[in-house]
Ligand binder design. Sequence first.
Ligand code: DX5
Ligand code: ZN
Length: 217
Amino acid sequence: MSVRIAPSILAADFANLERDIREVVSADLLHVDVMDGHFVPNLTIGVPVVRRLAEVSPLPLDVHLMIEDPDHWAPRYAELGATSVTFHSEAAKKPRQIATDIKSSGARASVAIKPDTPAEAVMELLGVVDMVLVMTVEPGFGGQSFMPETLAKLTALRAAAVEAGTELWLQVDGGITTDTAPAAVAAGADTLVAGSAVFGASDRARAVQALRDVCQL
Ligand code: DX5
Ligand code: ZN
């Protein structure tokens, strides 16, 4: 199975984003972490910067919203040109409606769960969302260690999607390296976010290829 690789610009040089993005064009998606300092204890970028990234990025934008009130904000990111918009289950008031709104604004809809949130929290959204993001670290910061206890949720979600006959992308985010990616893929993940493992490498294109290579099953 071939996997999708999504380098996270959280680990890139924020003063040279366009330059850094050009170094990872061999990837499949560009992962953009939006944090509001409330849902997570960190603050990154918002609508104006993501709008500009959508204009200059040769890769489709995979926007990960770690913010409160995704009911209002998620469709706005879809409208400004993101290919995929992920909102957190824990912050959503009406997750079905958010997914519908994202899709009617032209993007793929995705729901994320934190490490302590069970897979059951999003089971009823299979068939509504295009992707589930299983966080493999606590959201908020790059460079943390992969939490292997999250693997069982990937297995459960993949099995449920297969049983329902639903095509579902399953994304992992946090601590993904050439050491941890194979276990995530074996458990059912097909879309890998990697921040430090890609942008922390001196040869970013080679780091993307290295992740692909270790996931060839
Ligand atoms: C963390 C972010 C991640 C982060 C991953 O909350 O959602 O996308 O950039 O960074 P690494 O790959 O370094 O764990
Ligand atoms: Zn992320």
